[in-house]
Design a protein around this ligand. Structure first.
Ligand SMILES: [Zn+2]
Ligand SMILES: [Zn+2]
Length: 266
């Protein structure tokens, strides 16, 4: 018995995270084309026809691009909050009423043997939210697409065994980069994305000082304003400056826009 997950794809080109127990299989976001989504499942030997539910975090296309297609093809129920439904429904194409379910912010729902809790984030979408997944005392927290990590968010995602945590951009790369100022300002704002350094400080606040084994997957890296090694190094150094040693009980992992992480026990 265990809780397992794979970050199928992560980044502004599309996001999807697979989570399963022995009884439940769910997907958080379907932000790539139907074909691409299927190939990601295939790469990990997973079968999308066995999915029980699709959770949508917010209506940005890198989170919903394949949602309508996938839901129709595999007859999936989609869970999202009311405001997200209103914003994304025109983009999903035709769904039947029995595919439309509500999951409001800060609600906990039970899916078989898995408890799923939603929490709001600060991002320029209708009502963006992310999730924690709990099963038999193990917990996975997923948080990306947020301009900052509030105390409230830290409390809700905390005490997890594994985190999928946004580490979007390197401040200097973003500042010096080719993006127009309006786009830079959006990313840097309270409703944009968190930088490597801010992510690491939030993690340091969240992590318990005890030695509980924790795996952190750095996610939603900007293609233009970040690099895996740089994100990893910045987070590692910042965590070290806050008294956390990485590499032993606290491990950092990469995610990728095209290659799924191995299916891993939380
Ligand atoms: Zn977004
Ligand atoms: Zn996104």
């Amino acid at each position: 018995m265990s809780l397992r997950f794979s970050v199928l794809a992560s980044g502004s080109t599309g996001n999807a995270i697979y989570v399963e127990t022995d009884k439940q299989r769910v997907l958080i976001d379907a932000g790539l084309s139907g074909k691409k989504m299927e190939s990601l499942f295939e790469k990990n030997g997973l079968d999308p026809s066995t999915l029980d539910a699709l959770f949508i975090t917010h209506e940005h296309s890198d989170h919903i691009k394949g949602a309508g297609i996938f839901a129709r093809r595999y007859n999936l129920p989609i869970y999202a909050n009311e405001k997200t439904w209103d914003a994304m429904e025109p983009m999903l194409g035709k769904l039947t009423p029995d595919q439309r379910f509500h999951f409001e912010v800060e609600e906990t729902k039970v899916f078989g043997d898995m408890d799923v809790q939603s929490f709001g984030v600060s991002h320029d979408a209708a009502e963006p939210m992310f999730f924690t997944f709990a099963h038999e005392g193990r917990k996975l927290s997923v948080i990306t697409d947020t301009g900052y990590v509030s105390e409230r968010m830290k409390g809700l995602v905390g005490d997890a065994d594994a985190y999928v945590f946004e580490s979007n951009h390197d401040m200097n790369m973003l500042r010096m980069g080719r993006y127009p100022w309006s786009v830079k300002r959006r990313i840097l704002s309270d409703v944009g994305h968190v930088s490597n350094e801010d992510a690491a400080h939030a993690m340091a606040d969240i992590l318990d000082a005890n030695d509980k084994p924790t795996n952190i997957y750095l996610a939603h890296l900007s293609k233009d304003n970040n690099m895996k090694d740089l994100a990893n190094m910045t987070v590692k150094q910042t965590l070290e400056s806050r008294g956390y040693q990485t590499g032993k009980s606290l491990k950092l992992f990469d995610t990728d826009p095209d290659t799924p992480t191995a299916l891993t026990v939380v």
